[in-house]
Design a protein around this ligand. Structure first.
Ligand code: DC
Length: 205
């Protein structure tokens, strides 16, 4: 059975948590496509050329321990503007989407560019202040010294760059289901997405 779920949205809206939870629930494979751009960003911070790093990316690069830092996130958003970088990552993502047991991909352009024919598409969002608070709590938990104002400015800068780039900008696919997690618990958001997936699955699954 092939079944592809596309989950897009801005930073810290909850799409990663929702994707992981529904993938585990249905036994689908999950790809956090942001990690691809973060891995390229991390290589660039080490002095590599962005396009060369994207072309040479290997699965082990996605395991690097620093990929979740705020510095890498900003660089990921910057390398994501480069069309050659995006092009280098397309095949891997599309092949992942066709995995026989079902696949959930989360990112910015999955429903619009990578998998326009996905079986189900979601656009997960939340107000910037709420997303900044979540990201701030996450970073603090990992021991990163920062302030809420800095994180909010980072989130807004990333939103702005991701939404306004020429190639594959962040925007909801016209057929995406919108999920606003500003006033929704993560459990309720997961339930809502899982129910919609269940409704679309062939009866035998
Ligand atoms: O989802 P994330 O925060 O890990 O993504 C980091 C950056 O990577 C994001 O700011 C923009 C870029 N990105 C992208 O351009 N397209 C994707 N499908 C996923 C991420």
């Amino acid at each position: 059975m092939m079944f592809t779920v596309a989950i897009d949205g801005p930073a810290a809206a909850g799409k990663g948590t929702i994707s992981k939870a529904v993938a585990a629930h249905f036994g689908f494979d999950h790809l956090d496509t942001g990690l691809l751009y973060r891995a390229v960003g991390a290589r660039v911070l080490d002095g590599a050329d962005a396009t060369e790093a994207a072309l040479a990316l290997s699965p082990e690069d996605l395991e690097a321990s620093n990929l979740r830092s705020a510095e890498v996130a900003q660089m990921a958003s910057q390398v994501a503007v480069i069309s050659e970088v995006r092009a280098a990552l397309v095949t891997f993502q599309r092949e992942f989407a066709r995995r026989p047991g079902g696949a959930v991909l989360d990112g910015r352009d999955i429903g619009t560019v990578i998998c326009p024919a996905a079986d189900l598409k979601f656009f997960v969002t939340a107000r910037p202040e709420i997303r900044a608070r979540r990201r701030y709590d996450e970073l603090r938990e990992k021991g990163e010294e920062t302030s809420l104002d800095t994180v909010l400015a980072d989130v807004k800068a990333r939103d702005d760059r991701d939404m306004n780039r020429a190639d594959a900008p962040l925007k909801p696919a016209t057929d995406a289901v919108l999920i606003d997690t500003s006033d929704l618990s993560i459990e309720d958001a997961v339930d809502k997405v899982a129910r919609l997936i269940r409704d679309q699955l062939p009866p035998s699954v």
